[in-house]
Design a protein around this ligand. Structure first.
Ligand code: NDP
Length: 332
């Protein structure tokens, strides 16, 4: 089977030469393991961090080894109790056609309940990030005005809609194209949205939220965080979920210049990692599956076909070529 290896550590923006698609023999499954033919795998912004050789909350990818990440596939051979050929599973060995997975790291998913790719997005890691980051970390409450950056992406699109569903007074989103801005307002029901490339974020946010915001869900960092600090009302809360604007930086980024406002406004800026919130999983699945079934919660996927396009899909994600969850499909 073919699999993507990291062969050099990117400096700044990743380059095609940093990656190689290699063929390896398909073996196994060993005792307690299943052999899975991957049908979809996820490319995610956090993977950029794993390409650097630095200590972090996830270990760096090893050079000349297959990269990892969320994937769903079909069991084609089982050497583990409770798993049969034909089962669909979610697991962490993406970026490859065939995965030999320890059964304890495989979760069965139901293809009848939702399209399999949804378990990587709206019903999976990015959906839970939105749900936990808004309701747990930001302590969202009815009547809050919410601003989310990266609002047309996998996490952001869910944050904004979930806030509306739970009674936000106003939801504002920012994204990187006029088409995305239109989608936010016309399809996802945001009250206001702006293209951060069309003018200073601080000014555009003030116009979109003249009465300020109570919650900021940060996917971007940089000038977005600075603008949010200016617009947050007293006792406002920010979930610091991601800072994609700086993942390819080669120099440290200056902090928000207005950080001192945190004092007088008694703001709470709280970092999060989705893995801390697995206890919310049952509530999350029940509530989100219900909203999807009723049509109240919408989601998009950008699907790139073919393992050979895995690198392009990842780079496309960093460049904003996706609307909703970026998925690589191996089904053709
Ligand atoms: P998205 O689907 O949002 O895709 C990334 C998007 O980022 C792109 O589509 C692009 O959209 C936007 N983007 C890229 N560069 C910039 C930039 N310089 N300024 C502003 N926007 C930019 O990805 P996810 O939903 O998977 O992830 C969103 C964020 O959440 C990321 O920061 C990620 O690291 C973080 N995250 C954190 C988790 C945690 O546990 N803490 C878990 C999951 C995700 P556009 O066209 O709008 O520019």
């Amino acid at each position: 089977g073919r699999e993507w290896h990291l062969v050099a550590r990117p400096h700044g923006w990743p380059k095609a030469e940093d990656f190689a698609l290699r063929e390896t023999p398909v073996a196994g499954p060993g005792e307690g393991r299943v052999l899975v033919r991957n049908l979809h795998f996820s490319v995610d912004p956090y993977m950029r961090g794993r390409m650097n050789d630095v200590k972090s909350y996830t270990p760096p990818f090893k050079l000349d080894h297959p990269m990892e990440g969320g994937a769903v596939g079909e069991v084609i051979a089982s050497n583990a109790d409770g798993f049969a050929v034909g089962d669909h599973v979610l697991h962490g060995l993406g970026w490859r056609e065939y995965a030999e997975v320890p059964a304890k790291y495989a979760t069965k998913v139901d293809a009848a309940l939702a399209p399999l790719s949804a378990y990587l997005g709206v019903l999976g890691m990015t959906g839970l990030t939105a749900y936990a980051g808004l309701f747990d970390v930001a302590s969202f409450k009815e009547g809050d005005a919410v601003f989310v950056s990266g609002a047309a992406g996998a996490v952001g699109s869910q944050v904004g809609q979930m806030a509306k569903l739970k009674g936000a007074s106003r939801v504002i989103g920012s994204a990187g194209s006029d088409e995305k801005v239109k989608l936010l307002v016309e399809e996802y029901g945001f009250d206001a949205a702006f293209n951060y490339k069309n003018g200073p974020v601080g000014q555009q946010l003030k116009e979109a939220a003249p009465d300020g915001i109570d919650v900021y869900f940060d996917n971007v960092g940089g000038d977005h965080l600075e603008a949010a600090i200016s617009s947050l009302n007293v006792f406002g809360r920010a979930t610091i979920c991601g800072m994609i604007a700086q993942y390819n930086n080669t120099e440290p980024t200056p902090g928000p210049r207005n950080l001192a406002l945190v004092i007088g406004k008694r703001l709470r800026l709280q970092g999060m990692l989705v893995n801390d919130h697995t206890a919310l999983q049952p509530d999350f699945v029940r509530e989100v599956a219900g909203w999807i079934a009723s049509g109240e919660l919408k989601y998009n996927e950008t699907v790139v076909e073919g393992i050979e396009n895995g690198y392009d899909a990842f780079l496309g994600l960093l460049r904003g070529e996706n609307t909703g969850k970026m998925i690589v499909s191996l089904t053709q």
